[in-house]
Design a protein around this ligand. Structure first.
Ligand code: UN1
Length: 509
């Protein structure tokens, strides 16, 4: 079996240093935390982090800046985001390279993630002229009732390793045009990317005349995150990560009556109906399940296949999985880079052991790919397991390239299987039967926040509201009216009648 030939970590460190230099980042070297590359599993730089006291100071400064920033006209607030988008375009390659270096995404996907940053910047600039309220008919003569949207305050962004730049951008670009300021705690596994994004935004602020204090970066682990979660000046905590993380964050923010926006796990399914176009379904399934090494919250975890097509589909699917090139993400032929660390590899192994104990059959993959030289880097062949539709294991999300194949007989059953998991992010159906598609999209169809027909579960575009139900957390970001979460609403009534008029016809004289 082939092995992955690893580049020397020194070369990767030099590449990272060159990208950071071009972006203008001065690396805050220290030994509080370590920037690592999953390509070789080795450390790149030791970094200085921000503890509780530094985080408190960042929130205080962000709050101070908010008091002025909220009065800056929204279209002027859009100027900083426009400039930021331009700088991201200029440094598209550098940012993508850093994403590959620090979280192991293949080039095309890293480049795509940076495109998502550009897209949200464009979206937010447009939004800066569209923060509309409503005029509502008053029941009283000579009264006008309006709803206005005002800046909310400091937004705390807690982001995950798997979309280290784009998800921060969704939050930050929108928060800034909404008149909020931001304190960002990125994943400890993506500090260099965060330093680069923070630097570009600082430059954008400087060049567009916005105050530097609109954005603060705090690097660190749990203590840093908790300082953000518990600070009453942080009006909104927008957190992306695991369900256990959300279970800890949500109630703590709620206990102080703060607002939270949670984007947590997914356990996404695609249904392959008897009429499905397999030429279209197969590549879509392959990307959704094995792309990003299965480390998207939108990754496809369950394939629910009609009994009539399973025998035709499975050999083609497993053959495609076998052909997937696993390796160095800088190699142009690689489709599956490393996992972020050995931990998900272990979780994936355990999940495969459990499903096979439970009667499941491993059809392909699941084995670690050795590296030359030997290393702690976690390369794995994406796996497909055929399993009984009602095995309890399929209700759990494994954040790795592991696809369960289940079979069904009726659409009703397929929808019930899709919905019978605690998570509710994304679902798809592949069908040429319009009635089936419409049922899947209807109130009795998939119960997820994202529902697709004839495309995979991952790869949502900017513009639509992104997020999911149930244990996915209920938050929405990145498009449509999701900006409401970043603002406070005031309902106002103006009496221009010159008369006293109480609502509900109350007479009080
Ligand atoms: C995530 O995995 O946390 O829809 C976000 C997608 C990407 C975003 C994924 N646009 O797959």
């Amino acid at each position: 079996m082939s092995t992955v030939a690893l580049p020397p970590t020194d070369d990767l460190r030099a590449r990272a240093r060159a990208c950071l230099d071009r972006i203008g980042v001065v690396v805050p070297e220290g030994d509080d935390l370590y920037a690592r590359t999953p390509i070789t599993g080795e450390d790149l730089f030791g970094l200085k982090g921000s503890g509780a006291a530094e985080t408190e100071a960042a929130v205080a400064a962000a709050h101070e800046t908010f008091l002025a920033w909220r009065s800056t006209p929204a279209p002027r607030r859009g100027d900083v985001v426009r400039r930021f988008g331009d700088l991201v375009r200029e440094h598209h390659d550098d940012l993508a390279e850093l994403i590959t270096l620090e979280v192991g995404k293949i080039g095309a996907e890293a480049y795509g993630e940076v495109q998502e940053m550009i897209d949200i910047a464009d979206y937010a600039v447009g939004l800066s002229r569209q923060l509309y309220g409503r005029v509502i008919a008053s029941e009283r003569a000579g009264h006008r009732m309006v709803e206005s949207w005002h800046p909310l305050g400091v937004v705390g962004v807690i982001s995950a390793f798997n979309f280290p730049a784009a998800v921060w951008s969704w939050n930050t670009a929108v928060a800034l045009v909404c008149g909020d300021t931001v304190v960002w705690k990125p994943s400890e596994q993506a500090s260099l990317i965060a330093l680069a994004c923070d630097r570009l935004l600082a430059r954008a602020a400087e060049e567009s005349g916005a105050p530097a204090g609109i954005h603060h970066l705090v690097l660190g682990g749990r203590e840093t995150g908790e300082a953000l979660v518990d600070d009453p000046r942080v009006a909104l905590v927008s957190a992306t990560g695991s369900v256990p993380m959300g279970r800890a964050v949500g109630p703590r923010v709620a206990a102080r009556f703060g607002r939270s926006l949670l984007e947590l796990g997914g356990n996404n399914a695609a249904i392959i109906a008897p009429s499905a176009d397999l030429e279209l379904a197969l590549p879509a399934v392959l990307f959704a399940a094995a792309g990003t090494a299965g480390q998207r919250c939108t990754s496809l975890r369950r394939l629910i296949v009609h009994r009539d097509v399973v025998d035709e589909l499975l050999p083609r699917l497993t053959a495609a999985f076998e052909r997937l090139a696993v390796g160095d993400p800088f190699d142009k032929d690689t489709l599956v880079g490393p996992l972020i660390s050995p931990a998900p590899l272990e979780t994936m192994r355990k999940a495969i052991a459990r499903v096979t104990d439970d009667g499941g059959k491993l059809l392909v993959g699941g084995d670690r790919v050795e590296t030359t030289p030997e290393s702690a880097a976690a390369y794995v062949r994406p796996a497909v397991v055929r399993i009984d539709a009602h095995s309890p294991v399929v209700r759990e999300e494994t954040f790795a390239p592991l696809l369960y194949v289940l079979t069904y007989d009726t659409l009703e059953e397929a929808i019930a299987l899709q919905n019978d998991v605690p998570q509710g992010l994304s679902a798809s159906i592949f069908t040429r039967d319009q009635q089936e598609a419409e049922i899947f999209l209807s109130a009795v169809g998939a119960d997820t926040g994202l529902v697709n027909v004839n495309l995979g579960t991952s790869g949502a575009e900017i513009g639509g509201a992104f997020g999911g139900e149930k244990e996915t957390g209920g938050g929405r970001a990145c498009g449509s009216d999701a900006w409401h979460a970043y603002m406070r609403r005031s309902t106002s009534v103006v009496n221009y009648s010159g008369e006293v008029a109480l609502a509900q016809n109350i007479s009080f004289s």
